[in-house]
Design a protein around this ligand. Structure first.
Ligand code: NIG
Ligand code: FE
Length: 425
C-alpha cells in the first residue's frame, strides 16, 4: 500500500503524456490516455497513476488527505510555457492600432517603437510595480492551467534593469505557485544609447552583465534575438559561446522574420531550443531534426502579427525534430498567457494534430526547459502538477474555442485553483 495526501479519482480521461521524452515523430501521437484514471500524490510527487481497480488495491489516502472527484473531467499535466517575456511594464495597444492601419512590426521597430517602447516603460517601473505585474500575469497563467513557465529579461538592456527584471522574477517565483525558469536575454535588442556601437553593447553583455547574472545566480538560460538589424549569426555565436563558457544553457530567437540560419546555429552550438522558426530554411529543418535542440513554435505570433507565414510544424515533425509549443507572451507580438489558445492555433493554423499539440505543450515543453525529469508528464516520481478540465474528452480542449475549461489545478500536490477560482494563498 502507498499512502497519499491527495487523490484524484475516476477522471473521465486522464492524459498522462508519459513515454520516452523528448517525443519525436509518431511518439507525438501518443498522449498516454487512461480511461477512468486515478492519480495519487504524496508530498508533492505522484505515487500512483492507473485505473480504479489498481488504485483501490494499492493506495491508502491519509486521514486528512484531499480527495477530488474527477468524474466527467479530463485530467492532464499542467501546461509548461517554455517561452515568455513575462517581466515587462507598459502596454503597446497604440502600436497594435498602428499595425491595424498597415504598419509592419519591423517598420514600427525602425521608428523606435516596438521593443524600445517596452524598454522605456520597464526601466521606469519600480521593482514593486514590476513584481505586481508579474504576479497578476502568473495568476492568469495558473487559472489557464500553466504550472511552469519560462520567463526572460530583455526589456532592461543595461546592468541595473536587466538585474532588476531577473530579481523580480526570483521574488515572484518564491511568492507564486507557478514555477519560473529564468532566462537572461540582455541580447534582446540593442539599446538606444548603443545604437551605433553595437560591439560595445556586446562587450557590456559579455564582460559585465553576464558575469553579474551568473554571480547572483539569477538565470539558467541565455537567449539571443538573432535577426536582421538585431544580432547577426556571428554576433549570436560570440554571445552564446561566452554564455556557455559561463555555464548557461542556450536558447535562440531564430529565423523569426528572416531566415538567417539561427536554427542551424542553435543545433551546431548545442542550444536547448531554437524558437520561432517562421522563416527557417530547408537546411535548418534538417539540422534541427538531427539534433537534440528543440524547435519551439509560437503560433500566436504569426496570428497576432497577421503574417501569412507560419513555422513549418508539419515538416519539422515529419523529419523528426523535437517540437514544443509556447505562448511567447509579450506586449508586441503575442499578448496572451493562454497555452490553450496556443494549442488551438497550432491545430487550426499549423496542421498539427491535437495529440501532437498536447505533447508539445507538456512533455516536450518541459524538455525545452530541461525540466522533463520533474514536470510535463504524469508519471510516478514526477511533481503532481495536474489540471482538470471541464470537457467531455480531450479533443474538446481544442474544439471548443473561447472558453476557459480549466476547473481545478493541482500544483506540487496542492489544490491551487478550485472550480475555476483562486484557491492559493
Ligand atoms: O519573441 N522577437 C523578439 N522578441 C519578442 C517580441 C518582443 C516585443 O515586441 O516586445 C518575440 O516576438
Ligand atoms: Fe520571444
Amino acid at each position: 500500500m502507498r499512502s497519499a495526501d491527495l487523490a484524484v479519482t475516476h477522471c473521465g480521461q486522464l492524459i498522462t503524456c508519459r513515454g520516452v521524452i523528448p517525443k519525436r515523430k509518431n511518439a507525438l501521437q501518443d498522449v498516454g490516455l487512461i480511461e477512468n484514471g486515478c492519480i495519487a500524490s504524496h508530498k508533492g510527487r505522484i505515487v500512483f497513476i492507473g485505473n480504479e481497480k489498481a488504485f483501490k488495491e494499492e493506495v491508502r489516502l491519509d486521514k486528512n488527505g484531499v480527495s477530488i472527484d474527477g468524474s466527467g473531467l479530463v485530467g492532464l499535466p499542467g501546461f509548461v510555457d517554455s517561452h515568455t517575456h513575462l517581466p515587462f511594464a507598459g502596454s503597446r495597444e497604440k502600436e497594435f492600432v498602428l499595425r491595424l492601419e498597415g504598419y509592419s512590426y519591423l517598420q514600427l521597430a525602425e521608428k523606435g517603437l516596438g521593443i524600445q517602447t517596452t524598454v522605456k516603460a520597464t526601466r521606469q517601473a519600480s521593482r514593486e510595480e514590476l513584481l505586481s505585474l508579474c504576479q497578476s500575469r502568473l495568476d492568469s497563467m495558473l487559472l489557464l492551467g500553466t504550472t511552469t513557465t519560462e520567463a526572460k529579461s530583455g526589456y532592461g538592456l543595461n546592468l541595473k534593469d536587466e538585474i532588476k527584471q531577473l530579481e523580480v522574477l526570483k521574488e515572484a517565483g518564491m511568492l507564486h505557485p507557478v514555477d519560473i525558469v529564468p532566462t537572461f536575454m540582455g541580447a534582446h535588442d540593442i539599446p538606444e544609447e548603443y545604437r551605433n556601437r553595437k560591439s560595445d553593447y556586446i562587450s557590456l553583455l559579455i564582460d559585465k552583465i553576464l558575469p553579474e547574472v551568473k554571480e547572483k545566480q539569477l538565470a539558467e538560460f541565455f537567449d539571443v534575438f538573432c535577426e536582421e538589424g538585431v544580432f547577426s549569426p556571428d554576433e549570436t555565436r560570440e554571445l552564446i559561446r561566452a554564455a556557455k563558457a559561463a555555464g548557461f544553457k542556450i536558447k535562440i530567437h531564430a529565423d523569426e522574420f528572416s531566415g538567417l540560419g539561427g536554427a542551424q546555429l542553435a543545433a551546431e552550438e548545442g542550444a536547448t531550443s531554437a524558437d520561432h522558426l517562421i522563416n527557417i530554411t530547408e537546411e535548418g529543418i534538417l539540422k534541427l531534426a538531427q539534433s537534440q535542440t528543440v524547435a519551439s513554435l509560437l503560433p500566436v505570433v504569426s496570428f497576432f502579427l497577421m503574417l501569412d507565414k507560419r513555422a513549418p510544424a508539419r515538416e519539422l515533425i515529419d523529419r523528426g525534430a523535437i517540437v514544443a509549443l509556447a505562448t511567447d507572451f509579450n506586449p508586441g507580438s503575442s499578448m496572451t498567457e493562454s497555452m490553450l489558445l496556443v494549442l488551438q492555433l497550432a491545430v487550426f493554423t499549423m496542421k498539427m494534430s491535437i495529440e501532437e499539440a498536447v505533447n508539445a505543450s507538456t512533455a516536450n515543453a518541459a524538455y525545452a526547459l530541461a525540466r522533463h525529469d520533474d514536470v510535463g508528464s504524469l508519471e510516478v516520481g514526477k511533481k503532481t502538477d495536474l489540471i482538470l478540465c471541464d470537457v467531455p474528452n480531450y479533443p474538446t480542449l481544442v474544439y471548443h474555442l473561447g472558453i476557459n475549461p480549466v476547473k481545478h489545478v493541482i500544483k506540487n500536490g496542492k489544490l491551487v485553483v478550485k472550480d475555476g477560482k483562486r484557491f492559493w494563498e
